[in-house]
Write a new protein. Sequence first.
Lengths: 70, 309
Amino acid sequence: MEISTLAKAIAIGLGAIGPAIGIGMIGAKAMEAIGRNPEASGKVFVPMLIASAFAEAIAIYALVIAFSIK
Amino acid sequence: METESQNSNQILNNQSTEISTSTETEQISHESTLYAEPIAHIGNFTITNALFTSWIVVLTIIIISIAIRIKIKKIPKGIQNLFEIIIEGAESLCDQVTGNRKITNKAFPIVFAIFLFVLINNWIGLLPLGGLGLIETGEHGKMFIPLLRSGTADINGTLPLAIFAVIASNVFGIITIGIWKTFNKYVNLKVLSEIFTKIKKDPMIVLTAPIMFAVGFLELVSEVAKIASLSFRLFGNVFAGEVLLASMSAILAYVLPTPFMLLEVFVGAIQAFIFAILTLVYFTIASQDHDEDHENDHKEQVHEIVGAH
């Protein structure tokens, strides 16, 4: 196995840990908020998606690095 | 075997008209490549399958919108009802993001067009028309090239969309708050000039103004980051979905991919939604004038204090 393959795997693997935790926390808090106030689910949904999209962007930077390793 | 290869050669000879399925011959291989495969050439211009699919999507949207536009009536009926419900729902969703109906009305056509384009592109790649394609001889023997590949499963499809979204948001900012204020977001000459005008009132401005100026350059970097994250998010999700479906079909065809197919339909909708909503967020941010907000807040506070007395 070439060392660059390992580098790609490490880049995306480690880079995905942080955003994964972040998205998990965003989802958990959103669920909690909806549980406390079910009528606000419509209002919670859109900011939740936007926040998770921003958290996900970090994983995408890692993906870009993983693709760009030759 | 002889006849089979002859058949394949015949197919090769009239590629443009022949439609063949990948199951016909076992030697024909198909891999999900990172790049869209070329299906035709016009002069130097290469038409890839992703580009071809994008054209189909654009044609579909144009035909449907013209068909609805011709039959539009004051009292909605049939399909017009459905689309009015969709548009109304989408507009109220946009209101949640922008918080201002005027901005929603201005940005909605662009954002909704992006949404429809990305959504139909995502879903057209999932259509079970994978057998529709061409057979070509590549480096590793015969290759099967599908005619339909989501335009969003190609980085050349998502990158222009993201660049368009970011540039359009800045143009929208110039239209709504003026070219000078938009320019000052990135190269903050206004703050630097305030050193001379406000130094008597607030000496600390000598320290804060250069920091504000440096933050402007960070904004410039974040515009590039926006393009990268928008395009790679969409491309990564859709392409990963295609690879996932292909590998699942290789393990156990028809049974195993079905739940993942449903997942991909969901992911396609969510990603189209996120792309459109983020574009709208960028539009909203670009149309907001920070200085004015502060001044208005200040005025309101003054009013409240005056009113209390």
